[in-house]
Ligand binder design. Structure first.
Ligand SMILES: Nc1ncnc2c1ncn2[C@@H]1O[C@H](COP(=O)(O)OP(=O)(O)O)[C@@H](O)[C@H]1O
Ligand SMILES: [Mg+2]
Length: 206
């Protein structure tokens, strides 16, 4: 059995990840590929429990290091239980967020030393690197405008804009550091135009 593929999807909130993942899934299934769609944090029973802990708004005492380690724990379980066995069985695994999200949110966003994040995640993923990372590149203020027009974003989201700008700048830096793995997709366009570029990147691999 030949090795499958591991593709990760990154971008700030509202950049269009979920929308494009659905299109990728449909596209690959039409080509009779075995596709596994998963997400972080989560994707296994244990990882989903860790997700609940992280996202529980009552956990206001949670420190940033605790949070970073919980993300890495959820990731370690997802890699060992689902991603690695599936890729080794020849499947295409698409994961909504992966290690890059820890660099940009916990590192660039919250200020944890990138070396610490790198060390912790080296243990968590045990050498697993995506063949391709699709970065949906849209400035967070543009993504927010899009959401205001579709869902009506609230004041709190606007207050968080500085954080999202740091996260976005982090993604841009990572894309420069790893140009072979990370593809920047201009996402301030229509869903169809974006997907045309996504399809091009995926066709190169399959
Ligand atoms: N290219 C696009 N143009 C306009 N609106 C979009 C586009 N892509 C996604 N959307 C809308 O923007 C919102 C956020 O998209 P979503 O795929 O959920 O983003 P994410 O998963 O990255 O948070 C949704 O309401 C979605 O329908
Ligand atoms: Mg989403």
């Amino acid at each position: 059995m030949s090795r499958g593929l591991f593709i990760t999807v990154e971008g700030t909130d509202g950049s269009g990840k979920t929308t494009q993942i659905k299109l990728i899934e449909e596209y690959l299934k039409n080509k009779n590929k075995e596709v596994i769609i998963t997400r972080e944090p989560g994707g296994t029973k244990i990882s989903e429990k860790i997700r609940e802990l992280i996202l529980d708004t009552e956990n206001t005492e949670m420190g940033i290091i605790t949070e970073m380690l919980l993300y890495a724990s959820a990731r370690a379980q997802l890699v060992s239980e689902l991603i690695r066995p599936s890729v080794e069985a020849g499947k295409i695994v698409i994961c909504d967020r992966f290690v890059d999200s820890s660099y940009v949110y916990q590192g660039f966003g919250r200020g944890i030393d990138l070396k610490i994040i790198s060390d912790v995640n080296r243990i968590a993923v045990d050498g697993l690197v995506p063949e391709l990372t699709l970065f949906f590149d849209i400035h967070p203020s543009r993504a927010l405008k899009r959401r205001i027009s579709t869902t009506g974003a609230d004041r709190i989201e606007k207050e968080k804009m500085d954080f999202h700008k740091r996260v976005y700048a982090g993604y841009k830096k990572l894309a420069l550091l790893y140009p072979d793995r990370i593809r920047c997709i201009d996402s301030d366009r229509s869903i169809e135009e974006i997907f045309a570029d996504v399809k091009y990147c995926i066709d190169e691999l399959i």
